[in-house]
Design a binder for this molecule. Sequence first.
Ligand SMILES: Cc1cc2nc3c(=O)[nH]c(=O)nc-3n(C[C@H](O)[C@H](O)[C@H](O)COP(=O)(O)OP(=O)(O)OC[C@H]3O[C@@H](n4cnc5c(N)ncnc54)[C@H](O)[C@@H]3O)c2cc1C
Length: 407
Amino acid sequence: MTVTQHAPGGEATHLTDADVVVLGAGAAGLMCAIAAGARGRRVLVLDHANKVGKKILMSGGGRCNFTNTGTTPANFLSVNPHFCKSALARYTPADFIAMVERHGIAYHEKELGQLFCDESSKQIVRMLLDEAAAVGAQVRTHCAIDAVEPVGERHFRLRTSQGTLDCGALVVATGGLSIPSMGASGFGYQLARQFGHEVLATRAGLVPLTLSGRPLERLQDLAGLSLQVEAGCNGASFRNAMLVTHRGLSGPAILQISSYWQPGDDLRIDLLPGEDANAWLAARQRARGEAELRTVLGDVLPRRFAQRLCEAWLPSRPMKQYTPAQLREVAATLAAWPVVPSGTEGYRTAEVTLGGVDTAGLSSSTMMSRHVPGLHFIGEVVDVTGWLGGYNFQWAWASGHAAGQAV
Ligand SMILES: Cc1cc2nc3c(=O)[nH]c(=O)nc-3n(C[C@H](O)[C@H](O)[C@H](O)COP(=O)(O)OP(=O)(O)OC[C@H]3O[C@@H](n4cnc5c(N)ncnc54)[C@H](O)[C@@H]3O)c2cc1C
């Protein structure tokens, strides 16, 4: 395969020959290049952005939550929950950690198996580029892909801003739609459709939820306040922090549940996670009968939040005045505080895109198209989306590695 680049002076430059072209120099694309290069394949990675791995750089608050030691297929959403199993089993968190350790990158566990760099996400990008260089894979930035045409069996022709090239294996690793300002594009979905693949409806995931009308009015001035909750929706629930924002709700518990939320659904938020609310209230009634509900709640919830809860959702009076039936009603609200979001903050702030290339059209062991030999889809562009906590990178590494073994 040959790439011809038109240098600023107008002179055509012969760049390289390769067997495999990977579109997208993000997490999945670079891992695929490393795995394919290690097998002796000549690999070229093309990216339209001005630098590689932008999402890696901005991830984990600049420290990249690069994997989760507790990764299992249950941590992913997909129409086919079995699809991710094969790739995840063949490239595990331990495999990625071994690479990180080989490069002397210091890391730590923050919580719940989430591993972060001690210093900077830049170290992960550097590591991937060094690994790619070590196996001879080439990476080109500033390269826009104008068109991809099938020329014959296992033969694709790419028209790019740096020239036209042919290849036998094409790996699409162009990611999802989140954070368009970082180079995200719908190009992978467009390519999938062009080659006859089904693309499942996409929506923003791991994203703050918005409120409107009365609920927003009631909470807006508490923006910045955070509390531990268990947020539930559509059979899933996550115990972690919830943050009140100027537009609605955020924080890890809300980001997690946002991936399960569909417009119109209500959330059920347990404000006393891990407690039997009824037993807890009854104990407080015995111990502090003269104290008002808002004061008692203020001992375990942020005081202003407890106050607002009692102004808008719960009747507050001295604890001794509640009958057992009334206490049960209060307990029910505390255990399942109902919130109906009006929407999400959208792709502008979402960490991931749900939906994407239908796994029914792909092999789970090679990520190759079932009907276009030589064409592979990996990473976030595929309908596999992880929870918050390093799972999305683990999917990118694992699916990239799976394709890299096969191209
Ligand atoms: C703010 C933020 C923080 C995150 N933090 C974490 C975290 O800590 N842990 C975690 O596991 N996940 C995190 N994620 C999610 C994670 O970044 C993604 O799931 C992961 O990067 C997906 O990898 P990918 O290779 O499929 O896509 P990407 O990493 O998005 O890479 C896609 C690449 O394709 C290129 N591209 C796109 N369109 C074209 C085109 N038309 N032509 C050529 N190139 C193209 C892009 O420029 C990009 O380089 C975070 C996401 C965001 C937005």
